[in-house]
Design a protein around this ligand. Structure first.
Ligand SMILES: *Cc1c(COP(=O)(O)O)cnc(C)c1O
Length: 419
């Protein structure tokens, strides 16, 4: 009999993976912050399965809510029809977001949420009969893998085969006290023609958990808004408690025009994306002319199963115990950060996110030759960690136990000290 590994190798092609050099581990079940492989090994999921799992794997409460929904209504076309779970989720989510967010547009994942946001902003100006051309994004940005999302992301070797086919974007530095005046100048140079500015607030995840100050970002955003530039806040990674507050928006003084959500939205249970918008944006599409409508949609738009998973996840997230746990994880990260010798590594910390950029002789990069060594180092200790090059990071499910966090910290210290 062939093993799962062998059967997998024969038929499956994995994301972000050089298939020739990889050993894929079959996972057969999950529980809390653990994933169990075919041979019974229990792994601590230190990266929340690509940053999505909030309350742990196979959470019984989410499972029961999704099961109920599955037995009631599994899917319905969302053009011409709606359903109670989509209404309830939109109502509850909007109540938690900056007050100017008034409408919810559903899609399937983070990249589609970004596509929707970009198309909304582009068509907004078209509908107002003032089409604009330039889009601004941060250097080192990551907004997804579809073409629009790739276009507003950092050009690197991930995107290099497609560079000729990506639209032009003005990339600016993330804000610091020193560079703000220069950023304002850059913005002024394009201002009349800017469609929107898209950014990951506070933490640039895929770039290696790069962080900037909320106060500086607020200043930049307020400046953009004063110049009439639409703001797209990509909270796909940072939303739902990751940065220590429910949303990164809760740490900023400027309310964006459009927001994107996915990843933790359903607690990591079902794929779903959400793009929210202000009334002003919505109004630009609301007209007698059919041509002004937003012609975008996916087969599974607002899938009822995904909506009920998101509602169940919100229930869990809003329990006082969960917010307390998020704060506890943040405090533990803070205490642990101090134990890392400065000459060995740079440490970045924001809420439940902890990144450690190891100093090797080699330059920091995703292709850093130490990556496979680091990955294996943790795997051997039954910890799932997916270093971004020479940057290791912790993005744990909120249900992780203090002792499991300590196990991970100990392994990190062992690694840092042996380097
Ligand atoms: C993961 C991510 C995306 C893309 O989401 P997918 O669901 O993987 O398509 C977009 N923006 C940010 C900030 C992300 O971290």
């Amino acid at each position: 009999m062939k093993t799962l590994k062998e059967r997998n190798k024969q038929v499956n092609w994995h994301p972000y993976t050089q298939m020739k050099s990889v050993d894929i581990i079959p996972i057969v079940s999950g529980n809390g912050s653990y994933l169990y492989s075919e041979d019974g090994t229990a792994y601590i999921d230190a990266v929340s399965s690509w940053w999505v799992t909030l309350h742990g794997h196979s959470h019984p409460y989410i499972a029961s809510k999704v099961t109920d929904q599955l037995n009631t209504l599994e899917q319905v076309i969302f053009a011409g029809f709606t359903h109670p779970k989509a209404i309830e989720l939109s109502e509850r989510l909007l109540a938690l977001l900056p007050r100017n967010q008034q409408k919810v547009f559903y899609s399937d994942n983070g990249s589609t949420a970004v596509e929707v946001a970009l198309k909304m902003c582009i068509q907004y100006h078209v509908n107002l009969q003032q089409p604009r051309n330039k889009i601004i994004a941060f250097k080192n940005a990551y907004h997804g893998d579809t073409f629009g999302a790739m276009s507003v992301s950092e050009r690197n070797f991930w995107t290099s085969p497609f560079h000729d086919r990506l639209f032009e974007v003005v990339f600016i530095d993330t804000p610091t006290q020193e560079n703000l005046p220069t950023l304002f100048e850059t913005i002024d140079a394009y201002v009349e023609d800017v469609v929107c500015f898209i950014y990951e607030p506070l933490v640039q995840g895929a770039a290696g958990m790069l962080m900037h100050e909320a106060a500086h970002l607020s200043e930049l955003l307020n400046y953009c808004q004063s110049k009439g530039i639409l703001l797209i806040q990509d909270e796909i990674f940072v939303g739902f408690g990751r940065t220590g507050t429910l949303f990164a928006a809760d740490q900023l003084t400027c309310n964006p025009d459009v927001m994107c959500f996915s990843k933790g939205l359903t607690g990591g249970t079902m794929p779903m994306g959400i793009t929210t918008a202000t009334s002003a944006i919505y109004e630009a599409f609301y007209a007698d002319e059919k041509t002004k409508a937003f012609f975008h949609g996916h087969s599974f738009t607002a899938n009822p199963l995904a909506c009920s998973a998101a509602l169940a996840s919100l229930d869990l997230l809003l329990e006082p115990e969960t917010m307390k746990k998020i704060n506890l994880i943040s405090e533990m990260h803070q205490v642990f950060s101090k134990k890392i010798p400065k000459e060995k590594a740079l440490v970045r910390h924001c809420g439940t996110i902890l990144a450690i950029e190891l100093k090797f002789d080699e330059k920091s990069s995703y292709f850093n030759s130490k990556q496979p060594f680091l990955y294996d180092f943790f795997l051997k200790r039954n910890i799932i960690m997916r270093p971004l090059g020479n940057i290791i990071y912790l993005v744990p499910p909120y249900c992780i136990s203090e002792s499991d966090l300590e196990v991970i910290y100990d392994s990190i210290l062992e690694l840092v000290e042996s380097n």
